[in-house]
Design a protein around this ligand. Sequence first.
Ligand SMILES: [Zn+2]
Length: 53
Amino acid sequence: MPQKILCNKCEKVLYDHKDLKPPAEIIKKFGGECPQCGKKLIFDPEKVVINSR
Ligand SMILES: [Zn+2]
């Protein structure tokens, strides 16, 4: 089941992989902001969408 993390503002796919990773690690990888819209990425289960589609 893949893990998918989207920017909650522009819906850019930040992470889409079959391996589960802690969201904090992914946010850190992007330097704490969305590479597309520059929105600060804060891990909040209600704001960071994790789909298992
Ligand atoms: Zn964004």
